[in-house]
Design a protein. Structure first.
Lengths: 348, 348
């Protein structure tokens, strides 16, 4: 059942989907870059929900750090329910949605058009209402995603955002590094069997906290969402800094945490954080390529070496997807069709 | 012990603090409004952590709906740790911090000054590093807050944001309504004894979800934070729309939820949401002024009648503060000094 499931197969399709994106989407990326320059874009507003909103978080850090763009996560209710949209100025208004069908996300793009700003979309459905409201459509190239929990469409969203950032910065080193992405993910997937064993340890875990910061703030959110959708545990994402402003009170001996801590600018920060919660007895899964950091936790989920920090979120989510899959499997849950949710959620 | 605690007293001081803000801070608000007009501000960036970040969420909706301003919640790590701040353009960069001492928040204001933008601050400490980095300081007028969990400084932050929004819109009806705020909060506090009885029901609750949307998205976040800090339960905030995109899978019979659902544009949305989770067996606390909506839940926390939706977050958090206090009391926890956290958290 595990190996034949849609979720298992879609997780393992990710390198192929990324390769298709790299092979086919550069012309659309270049059209968008040209339009951004023509419109003299000064900042970015992103409308998205669920998994796509976690892709938006990655864009917030990547477009900020690499391209100097201030990125705002839109508040869709101001646009659709309150009918009081803010002034968008010289914004780029980007919609991200696998299905392209949630009315609140489409409404933000419609308002963008009304105000005359550039409105691209990232979607798996080039005929969707979102795509129809968009000036330029970046296609996820993911094929049909059958499992309700998004995996291959998430990493494809991140790949398109990274391609956009590299093209906008005209950064050849970034573009070259992106060509290695499918191989990094393939190497990560080779650990699948080990993660199945680790997952046994979390059979009865009822709540958990996932910590990431900077580029991997997105990874913390997306991993927490996968764990909630698939294992029905209560899992909350935090930046290490926000966690210290109050929620640290939750930590008692045995408190389960997952720390996303790849090499990079924030590694010392994450190492200090892990030490702080370990002093209070936390039980920590560490996702990292750093042997020293992996050794700080009870359970190490190893990433391949050589991935730059800005690219790491696209790889670091993969062991998390596998962990969520295997915990759900150990609990006997239906991980292709979790209770109570559907593939397409239409909210206002 | 309960009645003599700092937390109990500070919750009950809130009408007096708001009155001081209304009496004393209008000149500073007017200075800030004049500066905003002079600088031709086009959008707003807010730097804050913890409780203050929840005040920022209120500002995101209020300044958006009333003043048409796009509000971005800053990503402080881009400014301090990565040293890659985005271009701020014609932004207002607002720092919110009770203590005014967190280095990451101060760093965002310093970068704002470096880029030549207007940098006001909202703080309880007019001599703090944050206040020193600010062009205009709005004072919380809260006196010393002794309990680690913030209460009176949170509602004072919201009051100042509402005063700013009203003054910027030159909206006399809003300003007049704000004068009634202390009386609304006093009326809400009169329920304190009832909430103490309801809290018994949650003595052994280990996890919980708090739902709010629009203006009260902030209330959901702040109530979840109070419950985490004071009761050590795992409590997660959501907008009703985001909850439907995946986390709905968590709901099973008896799943505890708190819905913040005052009268206003979003009430039908929240009513439909409560009906959806009740079908799946959720056990719902409802915070509302609407009798029909209160009747949808197992436990009603009643708000006074006549509060407009935009003002409701400043009142709707109060029964939540009391609920968190009484649950902590029923568990025998130290609610003035929760384990593991301090009043001033300095993060980078």
């Amino acid at each position: 059942m595990l190996l034949e499931s849609f979720l298992y197969r879609e997780i393992h399709e990710q390198p192929a989907v990324m390769q298709r994106v790299l092979d086919r989407e550069l012309p659309n990326i270049q059209r968008l870059v040209a339009a951004i320059r023509e419109h003299q874009i000064e900042h970015v507003v992103i409308a998205a929900r669920g998994t796509s909103d976690n892709a938006a978080r990655y864009a917030q850090y990547l477009l900020g750090a690499v391209n100097g763009l201030l990125v705002t996560l839109a508040t869709p209710s101001l646009f659709l329910l309150y009918q009081r949209p803010p002034r968008l100025g010289r914004a780029l208004v980007l919609g991200i949605s696998q299905s392209g069908r949630s009315p609140d996300i489409v409404a933000v793009l419609h308002e963008g058009r009304r105000q005359g700003v550039l409105t691209p979309a990232i979607t798996n459905m080039p005929d969707s209402p979102l795509a129809q409201a968009a000036d330029v459509v970046l296609n996820l190239q993911a094929g049909v995603e059958q499992a309700v929990a998004a995996t291959k469409t998430y990493t494809s969203q991140l790949t398109l955002i990274a391609l956009l950032s590299a093209a906008l910065a005209d950064d050849q080193a970034m573009s070259a590094m992106l060509l290695q992405l499918p191989a990094f993910v393939t190497a990560t997937l080779e650990q699948a069997a080990t993660i199945g064993q680790y997952a046994q340890r979390y059979r009865f875990m009822q709540h958990c906290v996932v910590i990431g910061r900077g580029y991997n703030y997105a990874t913390a959110f997306e991993l927490a969402l996968k764990l909630k959708e698939l294992t029905y545990s209560s899992v909350e994402p935090y930046s290490s800094a926000d966690f210290l402003h109050g929620p640290l009170a939750l930590v008692e001996p045995g408190f389960p945490m997952i720390a996303v801590a790849p090499s990079g600018v924030l590694l010392p920060e994450m190492q200090a954080f892990i030490a702080t919660v370990k002093e209070r007895g936390a039980d920590v899964v560490v996702i990292s390529d750093s042997a020293e950091t992996l050794a700080l936790g009870q359970v190490p989920l190893t990433l391949p070496a050589g991935i730059p920090e800005w690219l790491s979120p696209i790889v670091a989510i993969v062991p998390g997807q596998l962990l969520a899959l295997h915990i759900a499997h150990s609990r006997g849950y239906d991980f292709d069709q979790p209770r109570g949710i559907r593939k397409v959620t239409e909210t206002r």
